[in-house]
Design a protein. Structure first.
Lengths: 349, 116
């Protein structure tokens, strides 16, 4: 009887069989073993029950597979990546690898005239096209995990716009900073520049809660508190680029920084526990910023031969930038963890 | 999938019992099958294929999740997968409980009125 059932399982679609076949056989075997202990009549009853329900289950499984295939036929469903799969990793790391590292590499080749102009134009079109397509698909698919860095990419632009609106030529600065040290002044100004990243993350968290269509996304953010950190991590390429502002021949260091960010992202996607994920992002961020500081140190003299500002002001400014980013990461994590514990407290008084 | 528990109601009897069976904690397929029979006092006697049709649908609806078990935990011969309620699944079950309670309350009132 068990062998017959194993044969009958071939009536199910292959994908269904691969997913549930072993369990179906195992549960059937256990049911039959139990029935055998109760006598022949019970065996007959179980066999009849199993055989009579099989045609409906087989038909249902085929219809289900057909429905799935139809869905797969749609373009966007190609982006339903399994968590931890190679495709998910590639899509999630694209902002660091392709839009960051590869662009830097090609810009570098351009500096040495190793790449024709038409190729850089074509490359830029393909890159922007791909980036925009992935952004739209990720958004329409309800912001899956791989999409988080894409949401973070435009946030520094918002920060810069907001900063420029505050620190305009008419602005006289904070009176309490008039006699403050260089470190304190730089720390506050960097804070004003980057705090919009954190505010944007907070707004995303709140908006998704109150807009019904975005509620599932909000629930996922609450279920995995590291997602907001991964979103914030998407802002890092821009932060790194900004740390090399006005530097010359910075491409090798930019390239290495982007690769470090990709490494952090890769470790995040491979990690199984929330804290491991969190530390992966911090590690990627720290290595990338360290490379930036190293690059600044090595390139400073050749980039600014006539400057009166000492090197340490630039490198320390980058370190302050890192401190703010780390702080934002912790605040994003804490915000989500607090929300989680409060909701658990409410649902299980 | 919608996250509003009310949109999943009313539950069919087998679905209700499957979710109810998972309320105390995770179970593998055969344990669910036996528990459903016990809970329904023998009225809902699921076959293996019917059970897995229901489980596959509940997984798609994200009302339950499938977990990997190690053999030590399940014992030899038992399936190495188990099933557990998701947050949404629990909320759906609670919503169905409230709905059924309301129905029983109404029925009790009306029957009492008729009796009086």
């Amino acid at each position: 009887m068990k062998r017959l059932y194993a044969l009958l399982l071939y009536l199910f679609p292959r994908a269904y069989r691969e997913e549930y076949g072993e369990e179906l056989q195992s549960v059937f075997d256990l049911s039959l073993d139990d029935a055998m202990r109760s006598g022949g009549l019970e065996v007959a009853r179980v066999t009849l029950r199993e055989l009579s329900s099989l045609p409906y289950a087989v038909l249902h499984a085929h219809l289900r597979e057909r429905r799935k295939k139809k869905m797969i036929g749609k373009f966007a469903s190609h982006f339903d990546f399994e968590p931890g799969s190679r495709n998910e990793t590639l899509a999630a790391l694209a902002p660091f690898l392709f839009f960051g590292a590869l662009t830097t590499l090609l810009t570098w080749l351009k500096v040495f005239d190793l790449m024709p102009l038409w190729f850089s134009i074509l490359f830029a079109v393909v890159l922007w096209g791909t980036g925009l397509t992935l952004f739209v698909i990720g958004f329409r698919k309800g912001a899956p995990r791989w999409f988080m860095p894409y949401l973070g990419v435009p946030l520094p632009v918002i920060s810069l716009i907001a900063f420029n609106a505050i620190v305009n030529p008419e602005w006289r600065g904070f009176p309490f900073l008039t006699d403050a040290s260089w470190f304190a002044t730089t720390f506050v100004y960097q804070g004003i520049l980057w705090v919009w990243l954190l505010l944007s993350v907070l707004l995303i968290f709140l908006f998704t809660r109150f807009i019904p269509r975005l509620r599932p996304f909000h629930q996922r953010l609450r279920a995995d508190w590291t997602l907001l950190c991964f979103l914030l991590y998407g802002a890092m390429p821009f932060v790194i680029v900004l740390s090399f502002e006005e530097f010359k021949r910075e491409e090798p260091f930019l390239l290495l920084s982007f690769l470090a960010l990709a490494l952090g992202g890769w470790l995040y996607l491979r990690s199984t526990t929330p804290w491991k994920k969190f530390w992966s992002l911090l590690l990627g961020m720290t290595i990338a910023m360290s490379i930036a500081v190293m690059g600044q140190t090595l390139l400073y003299e050749s980039s600014f031969p006539f400057t009166s500002f000492p090197l340490w002001t630039t490198t320390l400014s980058t370190v302050i930038m890192w401190i703010w980013m780390v702080l934002f990461m912790f605040i994003s994590a804490a915000l989500n963890m607090t929300a989680q514990s409060r909701s658990h407290g409410l649902s299980h008084p | 999938m919608t996250s509003d528990p009310l949109s999943y109601l009313p539950l069919t009897e087998p679905t209700f019992y499957i979710l109810l069976s998972l309320a105390p904690g995770k179970k593998h397929g055969y344990a669910i099958m036996k528990d459903v029979k016990d809970l329904s006092r023998g009225r809902v006697n699921l076959s293996t294929s019917t059970l897995y049709t229901a489980l596959a649908r509940l997984l798609e609806q994200e009302l339950i999740e499938r977990l990997d078990d190690d053999e030590q935990e399940t014992g030899p011969g038992l399936p190495r997968k188990s099933y557990a309620l998701t947050d949404l699944g629990r909320r759906v079950l609670e919503a169905e409980h409230v709905r059924l309670q309301g129905m029983v309350r109404e029925a009790r009132l009306r029957l009492r009125e008729d009796g009086a």
